[in-house]
Design a protein around this ligand. Sequence first.
Ligand SMILES: Cc1cc2nc3c(=O)[nH]c(=O)nc-3n(C[C@H](O)[C@H](O)[C@H](O)COP(=O)(O)OP(=O)(O)OC[C@H]3O[C@@H](n4cnc5c(N)ncnc54)[C@H](O)[C@@H]3O)c2cc1C
Ligand code: SF4
Ligand code: SF4
Ligand code: SF4
Length: 387
Amino acid sequence: MGVQSDFPVFQNMPFTDCCGCEACANVCPKQIIHFKEDGEGFRFPDINNEDCIHCNACIRSCPQLKEPSRTVESRECYAGYSQNPEIVEMSSSGGYFTHIVEWFKREYPQGKFAGVIWSEDFRLTEFVLLDSLDDLKNIRVAKYIQARKNGIYRLIKKELLSGIPILFSGCPCEVAALVSCIGKIPDNLFLVDFVCKGSTSEKVIREYLDIVAKNKKIKSLNLRVVGGPSWIPQWMKMTFSNGKIIFKSFYSTILGRAFHLLQRDACYKCKHCGENRWSDLTLGDFHGADPNQRYYNARGTSIMTINTSKGQKILDYLKDVCVVEKVSYEEISKQNPRIEHPWNKDPQRDVFGNTLSKKGLFSAYLAVVPKKTAIKTILKRILNQPI
Ligand SMILES: Cc1cc2nc3c(=O)[nH]c(=O)nc-3n(C[C@H](O)[C@H](O)[C@H](O)COP(=O)(O)OP(=O)(O)OC[C@H]3O[C@@H](n4cnc5c(N)ncnc54)[C@H](O)[C@@H]3O)c2cc1C
Ligand code: SF4
Ligand code: SF4
Ligand code: SF4
């Protein structure tokens, strides 16, 4: 079930095509576009129709109403990892992203970079614009909850107009939304996206924390910890202020199951994959990397495609601080098909989503796991064990 609205964009496409990029809210001259959750916890635009001046700026900005975005200029592919083992350990995969920001700040000391952080209570994620490398740690690592944009595209447009160079990183549809909001790409704007299967909803993280954290204060949360000899499978580490830690294989948690099953409808027909992307560089995880190759690091291996001449400039720097080995697009897209095609909707997705809407996250989880797992999970919850 979605949100019903008189919102102008939804007169032109079904609301289920909305990817939640928030371009519309960033361009609305009346600033009347707000976001409302549907039953699954995904946020959709909504307005008070009386305040709308029917300027259609929202319609013009919506990347979902445009033809697929720019076809990339080139398609050189690389695989590898940071030569600094600490950075690999702290990153989602091989840590290329950290060095891309380092390059940016070296070239443009006055520049600002945008990425996604957890909110203080870890119940949502949001975009921020930063200028100090000391704060880079906060945007490092994939957080699988769709981030609130908080007017970031508008802010970036303003900064660019006053001559501040910007590096923006986000999901491919968020990069498309930024480009749509600013109209054209100036020389001092650098765009990084990643291979994207889509994120899950805010309701998922809220309800998960209600189950496992209750009222305990969380100090840190990382969904991409290396928990064994290899970075796959990934582990979740939740640290509480009282020193208690939950350390569990991510996909064995209720949160991991939700991220696996529940994306927005728009993600299953994502139009921002393959060559239809605006980024200079695309990053991803090298699933299925060959352990016998020089690019392989058991603690995390990334892939990267260089999409433009700006991306090429960054590559030259990365070669000094990372292992960067040329690989073929065919090889990486075989191992990581999300780079080329959207994620297929899981047959259990709608059962999970409908149950989440009506009865909440715990019931949604019980509805999709085998009976034995459901009984074990109920017992663990009663005994206050991590689930
Ligand atoms: C929602 C989501 C889905 C993904 N799906 C895939 C996938 O299917 N296949 C694959 O290979 N890779 C996927 N990735 C990308 C991957 O997990 C790594 O982020 C990427 O490989 C870069 O790793 P890194 O080690 O270089 O850097 P890291 O330092 O780990 O990079 C983190 C980057 O991700 C950004 N980020 C974090 N959370 C969010 C968020 N909620 N929304 C937008 N941006 C965010 C940060 O701002 C930063 O730019 C996904 C990432 C996200 C956030
Ligand atoms: S038509 Fe104009 S005023 Fe109305 S919601 Fe869209 S952008 Fe805002
Ligand atoms: S601009 Fe983005 S958030 Fe707004 S309607 Fe289009 S897809 Fe949805
Ligand atoms: S899968 Fe596509 S539509 Fe969904 S968040 Fe990623 S880029 Fe956006």
